[in-house]
Design a binder for this molecule. Structure first.
Ligand code: G6P
Length: 610
C-alpha cells in the first residue's frame, strides 16, 4: 500500500526521492517522509499530509546527501500523524527504516524490546524493526547481517529499506509479500516499490522475491536469502514509457485513464483477436492450454473491481465456453479451506498483481495442486511471477485509485479467453466470427460514449448533492451495476448499491422515493422487457431514473428522466461498453462535489496488506 524509494550514488538524493514519492503517492497518501545521511549524520523529515507538504519543508534545505530513502504511507497501525510517519528509528537515531506491509507479531516483539530497555516513540508496527536491527547490530556490527537476523524474527509482510549513519555506503532492501525492485544505474542505484518511480532514471531492474535481502552500494549489490543463501538475480527491462504515467493534459489521472480505454483495449486485443478466423490466440496460455481444456470447472478469484471483472468472466466462460465457473472473493477463498482438485484451474485477476489476498488465494490453490492462471496488468508483479501461465492485459500504468481502464481491459482479456474456450468447446465458427468482429469494434463504440461527456457532466450536476444511489442491471450487467456503484462510492463518498434488477423488490424498493436516483443498465437484450417492468416499479414510486440504453431504443424515453445512449453490442461484451458512462457519471459527480478524484480518502491503489 505504501510507496518506497531509495537512492545511492553521486547525485543529491533529495529531489530524486521527492519526485519518486510523487509518482508513488497513489499507493498511499496520508503522510510522507525521508531519511538522508549527510556528513555521517542521519537527517529525517517526516509529516502527516501529502508529499507536496513534505516537499515544502525539505526544499528549504540545500545540503547534498548522496544516500537517502523515502516513504509515502497508507496507515495500518497508528493514526496518520507526524510521529507515525516513516522513516522510523532506533533508540539512538542511528538507523532509519521504511516499510510497506504489516508486522503481525509486532506486539510481542515490542513488549520484548521494551523489557530489554528500548524506548518506542510511535504506535507503528514498523518501529520494532528498527529496534530489532539495533539489537542485532550490537552483536554483529554489520548492517546487512543485523537486518537479516532481525527479519528472521519478524512475522508478516514487508518491503523494507534500512540505512545507518554508521555504514553510509549502502542501503539494505528486503522483501516478503510486498513488492520491491532495484533500479540499476551507472555509478548509482535506486530501490522502489513500483517501476513508476524508477522510469525517469533507468529501465534495468531486479525484482526481489520473497525472503530476499539485498545490499545495495552506488556501483554494485549482492543478494542473499534471509536464511543466508546466496542468490543470483537476472536484470530485467521496464517496458512502459513515461508519457504513459503522466496526465497528458487531462485534469485528473482518472479522466485520462477513462479516455485511454479505446487505445488500451486495442492493446489488449492486438495480435490476440483473429477477427477473420473468429478466434483468439493467447501465447501466454499456450503451454498450459491442455490444463485449461481438461479442467472440469474454473474458479476465478480477485478483489474489488477485479472481482467485478471475475463476475463478468463467469458469465462469458459459461456462455461461450460452456464450462462451470465459480467466483470467489480472494479474501474469502483463502480462508475457506477450499475444495480443490488437480484438474481445477484457478484464474486470478489483479490490476496491480500485488494484492495480498489475491496472492494468498493463488498460493492456496497452487499448494492444493490446481493450475493457476493470471490476468494481470503489473508486468513483473508478484502474481504475474507466481502463476503457472497467464495473459497480461496491457492496459498501461493505471494511477487513479479508482480502476477504470484496467477493468475494461480485464473484460477484453476475459472475452478472448471465452472465445478460446468456445473454439474447443462447440462454439460454431460463424458465431465466433460475429463475436470477434463485435469485440474488435468495441474501442470505437467507447469513443462514441466519450463524445457524450458533456451530457453526462450535466446529469452529474443534477445529482451531485444526493445521498444515495441505486444501480440495477441483469445478466452480465449486474456486475456492471456493482462496478458503477463502486466507482461512485469510492470517489464521491455517496452511498451507492448495485443489485440485480429483479432483486429490487426484495428490499431496495423500500428505499425508493422522489429523492432516490436509480441507474438502470438496460441494453436491448433478451431480458430487456423484464427490466422495463422493474423501471415501471421505480417510476410508480417516483424514483428518478437514469437509463443506460441503446441508440435505437425509443421506448426508454417514456420511462427514464435521463437517457445516456450507448452503441449496441453483443450482450456478452456489453459490460465493456456500458460501464464507461458509469465511470464518467461517478467522475463528474465527484468533481462537482470537490472530491480528490485520483486519491480518494482511506483508499489505496495497491492493497498489499490483508
Ligand atoms: C484496491 C483498489 C481497487 C482494486 C482492488 C484490487 O481496492 O483501490 O481499485 O480493484 O484493490 O486490486 P488489484 O490490483 O488486485 O486489481
Amino acid at each position: 500500500m505504501c510507496g518506497i524509494i531509495g537512492y545511492i550514488g553521486e547525485k543529491n538524493s533529495l529531489p530524486i526521492l521527492i519526485e519518486g514519492l510523487k509518482r508513488l503517492e497513489y499507493r498511499g497518501y496520508d503522510s510522507a517522509g525521508v531519511a538522508l545521511i549527510h556528513q555521517k549524520e542521519l537527517v529525517v523529515y517526516k509529516q502527516a499530509g501529502k508529499v507536496s507538504e513534505l516537499d515544502k519543508i525539505v526544499t528549504a534545505n540545500s545540503f547534498h546527501a548522496s544516500i537517502g530513502v523515502g516513504h509515502t504511507r497508507w496507515a495500518t497501525h497508528g493514526e496518520p500523524n507526524d510521529i507515525n510517519a516513516h522513516p522510523h528509528g532506533d533508540c539512538h537515531e542511528e538507523i532509519a527504516v521504511i516499510h510497506n506491509g504489516i508486522i503481525e507479531n509486532y506486539a510481542t516483539l515490542r513488549r520484548k524490546l521494551e523489557r530489554d530497555g528500548h524506548t518506542m516513540r510511535t504506535e507503528t508496527d514498523t518501529e520494532v524493526i528498527a529496534h530489532l536491527i539495533e539489537e542485532k547490530y550490537k552483536l554483529k556490527n554489520d548492517l546487512f547481517t543485523a537486518t537479516r537476523l532481525a527479519l528472521l524474527e519478524v512475522e508478516g509482510s514487508y518491503g523494507l529499506l534500512v540505512i545507518s549513519k554508521n555504514e553510509s555506503d549502502k542501503i539494505i532492501a528486503a522483501r516478503k509479500g510486498s513488492p520491491l525492485m532495484i533500479g540499476i544505474g551507472k555509478g548509482e542505484n535506486f530501490i522502489a516499490s513500483d517501476a513508476a518511480a524508477l522510469i525517469d532514471h533507468t529501465r534495468d531492474v531486479l525484482y526481489l522475491n520473497d525472503d530476499e535481502i539485498v545490499c545495495v552500494y552506488a556501483d554494485s549489490y549482492y543478494t542473499k536469502t534471509i536464511h543466508d543463501q546466496p542468490v543470483v538475480k537476472e536484470v530485467e527491462k521496464i517496458t512502459f514509457d513515461l508519457e504513459q504515467i503522466e496526465k497528458g493534459g487531462f485534469e485528473h489521472f482518472m479522466l485520462k485513464e477513462i479516455h485511454d480505454q479505446p487505445e488500451a483495449i486495442r492493446n489488449s486485443l492486438r495480435g490476440r483477436l483473429l477477427v477473420d478466423e473468429g478466434r483468439a490466440k493467447l501465447g501466454g496460455l499456450e503451454r498450459s492450454l491442455d490444463k485449461l481444456l481438461q479442467a472440469r470447472r474454473l474458479i476465478i478469484t480477485a478483489c474489488g473491481t477485479s472481482w467485478h471483472a471475475a463476475l463478468v468472466g463467469k458469465y462469458l466462460f459459461e456462455q461461450l465456453g460452456r464450462i462451470p465457473v465459480e467466483v470467489d472473493y480472494a479474501s474469502e477463498f483463502r480462508y475457506r479451506n477450499p475444495i480443490i482438485n488437480s484438474d481445477d484451474v484457478l484464474f486470478v485477476i489483479s490490476q496491480s498483481g500485488e494484492t495480498a489476498d489475491t496472492l494468498a488465494a493463488l498460493r492456496e490453490a497452487k499448494s492444493k495442486g490446481a493450475t493457476v492462471f493470471g490476468i494481470v496488468n503489473g508486468v513483473g508483479s508478484s502474481i504475474a511471477r507466481e502463476t503457472d501461465a497467464g495473459v497480461f492485459i496491457h492496459a498501461g500504468p493505471e494511477i487513479g485509485v479508482a480502476s477504470t481502464k484496467a477493468f475494461t481491459c480485464q473484460l477484453s482479456v476475459l472475452s478472448l479467453i471465452a472465445l478460446l474456450l468456445g473454439q474447443y468447446r462447440g462454439l460454431p465458427d460463424e458465431q465466433g466470427k460475429l463475436l470477434a468482429t463485435d469485440l474488435a469494434s468495441i474501442p470505437n463504440k467507447i469513443r462514441k460514449i466519450l463524445d457524450k461527456s458533456e451530457q453526462i457532466k450535466n446529469i452529474a450536476a443534477e445529482f451531485k448533492d444526493t445521498h444515495n444511489f441505486l444501480y440495477l442491471g441483469r445478466g452480465s450487467n449486474f456486475p456492471t451495476a456493482l462496478e458503477g456503484a463502486l466507482k461512485l462510492k469510492e470517489i464521491s463518498y455517496i452511498h451507492a448499491e448495485g443489485y440485480p434488477a429483479a432483486e429490487m423488490k426484495h428490499g431496495p424498493i423500500a428505499l425508493i422515493d422522489e429523492n432516490m436516483p436509480v441507474v438502470f443498465i438496460v441494453p436491448k437484450d433478451p431480458i430487456y422487457e423484464k427490466i422495463l417492468s422493474n423501471m415501471q416499479e421505480v417510476r410508480a414510486r417516483k424514483g428518478r431514473i437514469i437509463a443506460i440504453a441503446n441508440e435505437d431504443d425509443y421506448e426508454i424515453d417514456k420511462l427514464a428522466e435521463f437517457v445516456i445512449r450507448v452503441p449496441r453490442t453483443y450482450s456478452y461484451f456489453g459490460p465493456i461498453v456500458n460501464v464507461v458512462p458509469l465511470q464518467l457519471l461517478a467522475y463528474y459527480i465527484a468533481v462537482g462535489r470537490g472530491c480528490n478524484v485520483d486519491q480518494p480518502r482511506n483508499l489505496a491503489k495497491s492493497v498489499t496488506v490483508e
